[in-house]
Design a protein around this ligand. Structure first.
Ligand code: PLP
Length: 357
């Protein structure tokens, strides 16, 4: 059996969820969209089921996967519905729904539903992706409340630059939100992972942790609270071949690495088809039998190569950690112009093995 696999530590997931709650003092929707950022949405939701205030996903397809697996907690659709016809399923499965556009307000006014909906009304406070314009926000609140189709509104917005700890933009977005929200006394939700970890002064009755649940930092620099996260995924494999090369010999496609000294090369069963980033360059950290070393040469589809020259005891069958507790996924990601979000979401082909469930 090919030794490449992703170990998923569900105790670490629960630790990170509790940290989100502790830091915010708020209710927390565990964001499990995109198959829980590659960690497996059903297994992650089940691991949090006993304590989570609810879950958040991108779309109804993801919500139904959780409902069919028996998840009974609230599930928020972060992009709401894409067409009005979804409202009957939203009603039937008691899903919570973001409303970010005027056409969605109208669709709810005209909906034929058995029970009133829980709506999270989204303001565009400066991200300029989705959300109602500040000038439309109060009118949308009043129309939804008057429609008789809504039991409760939560007012929400999303930050564009909360991962930049010295950037004034989040405070500006907050001020715009406070101004646009009006005097409706109801719950609000503003904070994603970087805002939970880095912006304690931002109010939020509900927080929406995503990447932090999986134990990766959203910040490029070290940050005190992010250092308390526990990585959930360990991506590992084994050395399947060893080469001794004299100085001057190249390794792999495009000869991107040429041995400067006699070099012992280990070949690892892991490649970009598994989700390991092809753009990771020579020097990217890896761990072999618990010892730090480096990636060398180009990552190929099913294999990559590492430097074993200074690890004489490592060889065939040695365990290789590509990311996990010792090599942080964020370090690998930021080192090659990516983000840990994308590394996790790109995971494929490797079997996921769970512990702590
Ligand atoms: C994905 C998403 C989140 C989670 O973001 P993280 O940075 O992973 O914490 C929160 N809110 C909304 C609206 C999202 O789309």
């Amino acid at each position: 059996m090919r030794p490449a696999r992703a170990l998923i530590d569900l105790n670490a997931l629960r630790h990170n969820y509790r940290l989100a709650r502790e830091l915010s003092g708020a209710k927390a929707l565990a964001v499990v969209k995109a198959d829980a950022y590659g960690h497996g949405a059903v297994r992650c939701a089940q691991a949090l089921e006993a304590e989570a205030d609810g879950f958040a996903v991108a779309c109804i397809e993801e919500a139904l996967e959780l409902r069919y697996a028996g998840i009974r907690q609230p599930i928020l659709l972060l992009e709401g519905f894409f067409e009005a016809a979804e409202l009957s399923l939203i009603d039937q499965h008691q899903l919570w729904c973001v409303v970010h556009s005027a056409w969605q307000v109208e669709a709810i006014e005209q909906a034929r539903i058995a029970r009133p909906l829980r709506v999270w009304l989204k303001l565009d406070s400066g991200m300029h992706r989705v959300g109602l314009h500040p000038a439309e926000y109060r009118d949308a609140q009043q129309r939804l409340l008057a429609s008789g189709k809504v039991d409760k509104l939560v007012l929400m917005s999303h930050f564009a630059r909360a991962d930049e700890l010295d950037c004034p933009r989040s405070a500006e977005q907050l001020a715009l939100f406070q101004q646009a929200r009006g005097d409706l006394q109801t719950e609000i939700s503003l904070r994603n992972s970087p805002a939970i970890l880095g912006w304690p002064e931002i109010p939020s009755d509900w927080v929406r942790p995503g990447i932090m649940l999986y134990g990766a930092t959203p910040f490029e620099q070290t940050q005190e609270q992010a250092a308390r996260l526990k990585p959930v995924m360990t991506l590992e494999s084994k050395i399947i071949s060893v080469r001794e090369l004299p100085a001057g010999e190249p390794v792999g496609y495009g000869a991107r690495f040429v041995a400067e000294r006699p070099t012992r090369v280990g070949v690892v069963a892991m490649g970009y088809a598994d989700g390991y980033p092809r753009h990771a360059a020579t020097g990217t950290p890896v761990l072999v039998d618990g010892q730090p070393t480096r990636l060398i040469g180009r990552v190929s589809m099913d294999m990559l190569t590492v430097d074993l020259t200074d690890l004489p005891r490592a060889g065939l069958g040695s365990r290789v950690e590509l990311w996990g507790r010792d090599v942080l996924a964020s370090e690998v990601a930021y080192g090659c112009g990516s983000i840990p979000y994308q590394l996790f979401c790109n995971l494929k082909r490797v079997p996921r093995l769970y512990s702590g469930g």
